[in-house]
Design a protein around this ligand. Sequence first.
Ligand SMILES: [Fe+2]
Ligand SMILES: [Fe+2]
Length: 190
Amino acid sequence: MEQSNVKSSAQGANGHAKFDLDIEAIRARARRDIESGAVTDTYRADRETVLRLLNEALATELVCTLRYKRHFFMARGLNAEPVAAEFAEHAAEEQAHADRLAERIVQLGGEPDFSPDGLQKRSHAEYVEGDTLQDMIRENLIAERIAIDSYRQMVEYVGDQDPTTRRLLEEILAAEEEHADDLSDFLAKN
Ligand SMILES: [Fe+2]
Ligand SMILES: [Fe+2]
């Protein structure tokens, strides 16, 4: 199986298939398609679909940031202080996720959608205010569980087609799992 970047698959002295990059072809393509930035000919994913998924994830992170901010300012009651501090920490982390997603969208030649119009529709998770501290914790846990499932499905979809996007999604997924775990601890205590 001769790939475009592989010159030869002849057997080397140690019995392993010999592998050389076709560096001349790589250099020529790099020069020719320079306006494509980080996206090269060997990008194997469906770029339009990846960009749409990343923009949906971006909307989700923005909605989650707003919901955690609202809950941080509205958390009241005896046990509110540590919970409010956790909400603030999560808000900052969701904001950082949004930034990393936006950065990847631009790297892939897309445009990050920060428009407030339709933000809730693009988001996987919902913006629910909740009346009590308990409600807020529960709504955040539900939103995290939605994020976990959607990131996991995105990771599966991307597979080995776009390793950089996959790694980003996996890192965010791990953070959302930690968030969900923090929230279930609070749910048990409050
Ligand atoms: Fe997040
Ligand atoms: Fe989260």
